[in-house]
Write a protein that binds this ligand. Structure first.
Ligand code: ZN
Length: 357
C-alpha cells in the first residue's frame, strides 16, 4: 500500500516471463517491452501459421505428384505388358524372378526425357562394406540361410542331418517299402527279377537327389572368401542344374548363370556352382531356386549386386501335361545394383548371351 508503483511493477513483473529481468526499471519501459514482446509473439505466430500452411501445401503437392507417378507407371506397365506379350521368348509366360515391378527396365530405358541416372544409383558408403567371412557369424539368420548353414530346414531336415546308422537304415527300409507299393500300384510285379533291387536303388537315388537338404553353407564355403579389392562384374556361365520339380517329383534340367559385382571381397569361383547345386538338390520350383541362389550369395558375400538367370526344361511339361517338348522356362533374379541400374543389368544379360538385353 505504501508503494503502489512498486506493487504495480511487481505485478507486471510477475506477469512477465523470467528471461526479461533486465528491463524492470520503470513502468514506461516495461509497457514498451511488453508491447514489443506481444508484437514478437504475434510475428512468431504468423510465421508458424505460414510455415504450417506451406508444409500442408507441400504435402498435398507431394501426394498429387505421387499419384501422378503411380498413374504414369501403371499406364507404362500396361503398355509394356501389351508389348511384352507379343514378343515374349518364354512360352507359357514363364514367371520372372522380379515380377513385382513389371517392365521397370523398359520404363526407364524408354524415358528419353528423363536423366539417365537414377538417384539411387549412387554408390553406397564404404562404411557398409564388411568382410563377409568375419561378420558372418554375427549376422541375424536370414530366411534362406540360418545360423548353422542349413537352409529353410523343414521338420524332417534336422532329423535327417542328425540321424545315426540305425535311423538311417530305418529310413531306407521305409522308403523301400513305399517304392514297392508304388510298383504294385502301377500294375507291376515287384518280385520279378528286373525289379527286385529297384526299391533299394530308387530310395538311394532319391536321397542323393535331395542331398542338398543336408548341405551346410559354411562347409561349402570353406573360408573361400577373399578380400581382393575387386569391384568388376564376375560371371560364371552355364552351370548345369539338375533338380526335382516339387509338384511332380520329376526332374527339370537346365543351365544357370550367376553374376555378381563384389564389394572388395570375392568368393572362390567353384563355390558358385556348389551353392547352386546345394539348392538344386532339393524339391524345387525353378522360380524359387533362382531366387534362393541369388539371395544366398547376397547374404554370404554382401556384394554390390547379384544377378542369377536360369533356363531349363521341365520333364513334367515335356513328358506329360502340355507335352511341350521344345519349350524352356527362363527365370531371373536381380538384386542390389543389378536391380537399380538398367545398364548393369543389360551388361549381365548381354554377357550371358541373352537377347533380352
Ligand atoms: Zn512339375
Amino acid at each position: 500500500m505504501a508503494q503502489p508503483d512498486g506493487i504495480g511493477i511487481a505485478a507486471a513483473a510477475a506477469k512477465r516471463p523470467a528471461f526479461d529481468s533486465s528491463s524492470v526499471s520503470g513502468s514506461s519501459t516495461s509497457d514498451e517491452s511488453a508491447r514489443k514482446r506481444s508484437r514478437k509473439e504475434r510475428k512468431r505466430k504468423r510465421k508458424d501459421l505460414k510455415r504450417r500452411h506451406r508444409e500442408q501445401q507441400e504435402q498435398v503437392q507431394e501426394k498429387e505428384q505421387e499419384q501422378e507417378q503411380e498413374q504414369e507407371e501403371r499406364q507404362r506397365a500396361e503398355d509394356a505388358d501389351v508389348a511384352g506379350s507379343s514378343r515374349s521368348t518364354t512360352p507359357s509366360g514363364a514367371v520372372n524372378g522380379h515380377s513385382r515391378r513389371p517392365g521397370a527396365f523398359e520404363q526407364r530405358r524408354n524415358s528419353l526425357s528423363k536423366a539417365a541416372r537414377d538417384p539411387r544409383d549412387k554408390p553406397r558408403a564404404k562404411s557398409s562394406v564388411v568382410v563377409a567371412g568375419q561378420s558372418q557369424k554375427a549376422r541375424p539368420p536370414s530366411p534362406i540361410i540360418d545360423f548353422d548353414g542349413l537352409s529353410r530346414p523343414g521338420r524332417g531336415t534336422r532329423r535327417r542331418v542328425d540321424e545315426d546308422a540305425d535311423a538311417s537304415e530305418e529310413r531306407l527300409q521305409k522308403m523301400r517299402a513305399a517304392v514297392r507299393t508304388l510298383l504294385e500300384c502301377v500294375g507291376e510285379d515287384p518280385d520279378r527279377e528286373g525289379l527286385l533291387e529297384t526299391p533299394s536303388r530308387y530310395a538311394k537315388a532319391l536321397l542323393f537327389l535331395t542331398k542338398g537338404y543336408q548341405a551346410n553353407v559354411d562347409d561349402i564355403l570353406n573360408n573361400a572368401i577373399f578380400n581382393e579389392g575387386q569391384n568388376e562384374m564376375i560371371i560364371v556361365r552355364n552351370i548345369e542344374i539338375h533338380s526335382l520339380c516339387e509338384h511332380h517329383l520329376v526332374p527339370f534340367v537346365g543351365k544357370m548363370h550367376i553374376g555378381y559385382i563384389p564389394c572388395e571381397t570375392v568368393i572362390g569361383l567353384s563355390k558358385l556352382p556348389r551353392i547352386a547345386e546345394m539348392f538344386a538338390r532339393r524339391l524345387q520350383i525353378q522360380e524359387r531356386l533362382t531366387k534362393e541362389v541369388a539371395h544366398a550369395i547376397m547374404e554370404i558375400l554382401k556384394p554390390q549386386g547379384v544377378a542369377v538367370a536360369m533356363e531349363s526344361s521341365h520333364l513334367c511339361m515335356v513328358m506329360r501335361g502340355v507335352e511341350q517338348t521344345s519349350s524352356t522356362t527362363v527365370t531371373s533374379c536381380v538384386l542390389g545394383c543389378f536391380e537399380r541400374k538398367s545398364k548393369t543389368r543389360a551388361e549381365f544379360f548381354s554377357l550371358i548371351g541373352d537377347r533380352r538385353s
